[in-house]
Design a binder for this molecule. Structure first.
Ligand SMILES: Nc1ncnc2c1ncn2[C@@H]1O[C@H](COP(=O)(O)OP(=O)(O)OP(=O)(O)O)[C@@H](O)[C@H]1O
Length: 220
């Protein structure tokens, strides 16, 4: 591993998840290793977001389990959060903080010294082309800029696993390429990346593709 991190393995076993009385996931299996970049495709409403939410530990499956390095997510306790970077639709940014403060927040929560958190935030914001806007409040940013701030927040964590839900959907062509480059580059330091996307060009840039349909995941 380039920065000394050990290889990670995230595995989902026989996931069954219902939403609104419908079984959205009907026995999903997935194994993801450090350095792998996997595109998650599937029709709108097929359950990509639901799957990412379960992989992130934000929702619990009715059946099956998600294991990080062989242990259930819940067993990792507070140590789990800095290991998982997430970019979800809606972004979850704090509107009255600046972009930089939003990126620094989880780093400080993970115990990083302030100067180091600032440095990492700056680097991540630069990587997604948001350096010049870093001192702006989130509420002053456009939708696309907010999405890039959310990507920067996940990148700055240097997570073992990066789960991203259509992370370039709001971007123009130039920013789409740059943001995608920044996300995919994390695999070089051992991060495992899952990228839900409707964009065939984005899917093509990943190492492998899985397709979710009718509750089941298959290679694409
Ligand atoms: N909280 C909820 N209550 C009821 N139904 C839900 C809930 N969350 C998701 N669903 C349903 O679960 C299914 C899967 O939704 P999900 O958002 O995971 O799809 P998706 O593949 O990410 O779609 P898209 O590509 O449009 O983002 C949909 O039918 C959706 O209506």
């Amino acid at each position: 591993m380039a920065d000394g991190r050990r290889a990670v393995e995230l595995s989902a076993r026989d996931l069954h998840v219902s939403r609104g009385g419908v079984e959205v996931l009907r026995g999903v299996d997935l194994t993801l290793r450090g350095g792998e970049r996997v595109a998650l495709t599937g029709p709108s409403g097929s359950g990509k977001t639901v799957l990412l939410t379960v992989l992130a530990g934000f929702a619990v499956p009715e059946r099956g389990a998600v294991l990080l390095d062989g242990r259930p997510l819940v067993d990792h306790g507070r140590g789990l959060r800095p290991r998982l970077g997430v970019v979800f639709q809606g972004y979850g940014l704090v509107a009255l903080l600046t972009a930089a403060e939003n990126v620094e927040l989880p780093l400080l929560a993970a115990g990083l010294p302030t100067a180091q958190a600032r440095g990492r935030a700056r680097e991540a914001l630069d990587a997604v082309g948001l350096g010049e806007r870093s001192e702006h409040l989130v509420e002053e940013l456009s939708g696309g800029q907010q999405q890039r701030a959310a990507v920067a927040r996940a990148l700055a964590l240097r997570p073992d696993v990066l789960l991203a839900d259509e992370p370039t959907a709001e971007q123009d062509v130039a920013h789409r390429a740059g943001t995608l480059d920044a996300i995919l580059a994390t695999a070089r330091t051992g991060t495992a990346v899952v990228l839900a996307t409707h964009d065939p060009d984005v899917a093509a840039r990943c190492d492998s593709r899985v397709h979710l349909e009718a509750g089941l995941l298959r290679p694409a």
